[in-house]
Design a protein. Sequence first.
Length: 259
Amino acid sequence: MITIAIANQKGGTGKTTTAVTLAHRLAMDGYRVLLVDTDVQGHVATALGLDKAPGIYRLVQWYQNLGDLLVIPARENLDIIPSDKTTEPAKRILASMDFRERILADALEELAEEYDVAVIDCAPSVDVLHVAALVAADWLVVPTKLDYLAVDGVNEVLASLAEIKRRSSATPDLLGVLPTFFDRQTNETLVQLKTLVNAFGRHVLPPIPVDTRLREAPAYGQTIWEYAPRSRSVVGVVNGNGTVVGGYAQFVARVKERL
């Protein structure tokens, strides 16, 4: 099983949207996928039209041999370990445990024969679950908005990754930095995209165009593949020379090259 962490320490960068969109597309393409929500807001379940649930809390109980993992079917080939407000006390419990940074890695090892891919949606913070996600992952994707603070946010994630690598051999490789909310009509967007490319070079993935359909889809409990599969956030935009730029279809294709 290949594990992919979706992380940025800044909020509002499109992490959950990216995690859900990636996981569902891979499931549609025949991969057996597990999507893990480590954020107390529990938006993974909401985005899929499901109820929030104490999946991470139950995972901590399992780690202490007191309970079972809570895995919920979401779509064909797609299951989730959900999150809710109980994730906050779960993190406090974890903070006092030995080998806490291994909790997600150990849980995923238990489930490895049942899935081809695991996607971890990380909260916008540096805490025990954030570290555990990086330790468990084979690959890291860093979604980032195209604004003035974008490069700073990506640098913070990569600094955390470097520190974890210094302490542990089980850390992911950077699959890529994913620019989100791309609007080619806005000068700041173009400037910041160029800044990202200058800073991170080949690691910058094709950008995701800004698209109101992405905000609308969760209200219907649908992913973008169900709600608007031909929207610009999926198929990208056509540039001046007629080639298609960006979109989640291109992003998923890049990810599948690593599977």
